[in-house]
Design a protein around this ligand. Structure first.
Ligand code: URA
Length: 429
């Protein structure tokens, strides 16, 4: 094929045709390597896929080509089954932090290659970096050693995994083509397949604070990713979980680490515990270890032991004090009654604007920034009581954070009906 064929490929998808396997592999390979396909051509193809979609076998070829654009980890040397979890991203979603050591405490190895946050959803690595000394970058040898010795590793994905996705994702981000199901599914699954895990559990978030605002689209995304996993011989299941309300009582970096440690110590907010245990059960079942109950490993302290070992192995001090923000601002309840709604997107935007997240990938984040809420939907509140505390090192950020919380919560008169919705909405296998 020649460069001239690039236009043919774009035209074919624009007109709604299935791309051939040769067209797909040629396109992905050359775009990843650079020099032949211009960014505007890749952007045009992404937009054509956005509108025309992809057939399932076409998408499987596309995903395989993205995996083949880089290296693949070989985890076969790890002496236990391997299982990973991926969340499509939510507000207050610190679940990976207690989950990885919990599943490792149950006898299954957890290689969790994570990313940094962009936009209103936080990043696992940003959260862990608030622990003094902790380092995200590990060599492959260090990662393998930690998997064998500790059983769990959360670290940065190296540049060699699915490089086609790195280029394509950056391009989609600036061309309005992120929200296409085939492109999201192939982007996530190419990285997870390249990582080499045997089993994968997907936590597909649904609601205002998630990519997917409604259940039908979330189900379609989950089904697409599960099919891609199976095609690549990765045992894959998905849970669809609520993200209209933020998880737990904190959104930010150090504040989420502290809440995760509470869960590992046997406490913590009920929704965080419920989701952590549900995902752990799903991961263990996939790895053939459903004889172990993760709730027992939280209660007996063994998950906490793995957490401490996991943090120490990456030069962090699990007993060190976590950083705190220099400034705080309390938002009080506007009236007496019941908190009937706390919107995930509003809280996520506020945490982001306080400095917990970044607008561009090279921006720094503040370890102490974030939002702590003191009531959850369903709780009774009294006028003037603290509802939320906003945290930042830079007080000039409060105004914009407060603006994003406007209209983000409702307090209704005492006795108003409030029906809590379930966290677990569906399971796809
Ligand atoms: N996360 C990814 O890794 N890729 C997407 O396309 C969307 C979310």
């Amino acid at each position: 094929m020649t460069a001239v064929d690039t236009v043919e490929i774009i035209r074919a998808k624009r007109d709604g045709h299935r791309l051939t396997d040769d067209q797909i592999t040629w396109f992905i390979d050359n775009y990843a390597r650079g020099g032949v396909i211009a960014d505007e051509q890749a952007a045009a193809l992404a937009m054509a896929i956005f509108f025309r979609g992809m057939q399932s076998d076409e998408l499987a070829t596309w995903t395989r080509a993205m995996v083949d654009s880089g290296s693949r980890l070989d985890l076969s040397g790890v002496g236990r089954p391997t299982v990973d979890k991926h969340s499509t991203g939510g507000v207050g979603d610190k679940i990976t932090l207690p989950l990885a050591p919990l599943v490792a405490a149950c006898g299954v190895a957890v290689p969790q290659l994570s990313g940094r946050g962009l936009g209103h959803t936080g990043g696992t690595l940003d959260k862990l970096e608030s622990i003094p000394g902790w380092r995200a970058a590990l060599s492959n040898d260090e990662m393998m050693r930690q998997l064998e010795e500790v059983g769990a590793v959360i670290c940065a994905a190296g540049d060699g995994l699915a490089p086609a996705d790195k280029k394509l994702y950056a391009l989609r981000d600036v061309t309005g083509t992120v929200e296409a199901i085939p492109l999201i599914a192939s982007s996530i699954m190419s990285k997870k397949i390249a990582e080499g895990t045997g089993t994968l559990v997907l936590d597909v978030k649904v609601g205002t604070g998630a990519f997917m605002k409604d259940l039908e689209r979330a189900r379609e995304l989950a089904e697409t990713m599960v099919a891609l996993g199976k095609d690549a011989d990765v045992r894959t299941t998905a849970l669809l979980t609520d993200m209209s309300t933020p998880l737990g009582l904190t959104a930010g970096n150090a504040v989420e680490v502290a809440e995760s440690v509470e869960v590992l110590a046997g406490g913590g907010p009920a929704d965080v515990v419920e989701l952590t245990v549900a995902l752990a059960r799903e991961m263990l079942a996939g790895a053939g270890r459903d004889d172990v109950d993760p709730a027992d490993k939280l209660a007996d302290g063994s998950a906490m032991d793995v957490w401490k070992a996991m943090i120490r192995a990456q030069d962090g001090d699990p007993d060190a004090e976590l950083p705190t923000a220099k400034e705080s601002h309390v938002v009080t309840a506007p009236s007496t009654g019941v908190l009937t709604r706390l919107d995930a997107m509003a809280v996520g935007m506020a945490a982001w604007r306080l400095g917990a997240g970044r607008a561009r990938k090279e921006d720094p984040v503040q370890a102490g920034a974030g939002v702590v809420w003191h009531a959850r939907p369903g709780d009774e509140v009294t006028e003037g009581q603290p509802l939320m505390t906003l945290l930042t090192d830079e007080p000039e950020r409060f105004e914009r954070a407060l603006a994003s919380l406007e209209g983000g919560y409702d307090v209704e008169p005492a006795g108003s009906a409030y029906e809590p919705g379930p966290i677990l909405l569906d399971r796809i296998s």
